[in-house]
Unconditional design. Sequence first.
Length: 249
Amino acid sequence: ENIGTVVYENSTVASRAIAREIADLINVKQAQKQPCILGLATGSSPKSLYAELVRLHTEEGLSFKNVVAFNLDEYYPMEPDSVNSYVRFMKEQLFNHVDILPENYHVPDGQLSKENISNYCDAYEAKIEAVGGIDLQILGIGGNGHIGFNESGSLQNSKTRLIALDHITRVAASGDFGGLDNTPRTAITLGVKKIMEAKRVILMAWGEGKSNIIKASAEGEVTSRIPASYLQEHNNATFILDVAAASKL
Ligand code: GLP
């Protein structure tokens, strides 16, 4: 089973196309007087997408007033104003530059006490369900095939939860944290189940470094070793790639 893949010359052009799809969805929902529920991702890959959405807001008047956003994940523990916080990332890349209402965006809380995490995660999913589920989920992909922080071994029906980060994921993040010793060992991630329930999923990947995991995810066996491979079983998921990330397909 092969997943839908769309290849663009470079990440800038690809990000423009994704931003256009998101803008169209926001506008359709606006016309229907309905909220537009977006699942959002962090990492370097979506930065160009958020820059383009900010441009559509400032230059073309795209409004985010009807957008309700749920981010995939956050390190644990993490303070929201810390440099590596995904709350801070989202504010800097998108939320501070558009007219989304503060009560309408959600990023998992990295400051909970351990015993409250499980209830918090259930409530996070309940909030998504209360607004009718995610209309469009944006994803990056980790070098090991993780989506959000659903690491290898995450089940297709996994719930939102605290997860131990893979060594390889921590190594990849260690530059941001000034070394492995300072890199968090855990994170809170939206589970695979809620990602798979999204009505539309777009996974973006740029560069040669992602080409092997993109091939394995799109064309290899569907396996818990590579959570992104579950998307082969989604009826409306597309991998949007630049030429380099698509080079092994
Ligand atoms: C982190 C994030 C993922 C992201 C991945 C890849 O692990 N939690 O959501 O997809 O990094 O990041 P990048 O886009 O920088 O390659």
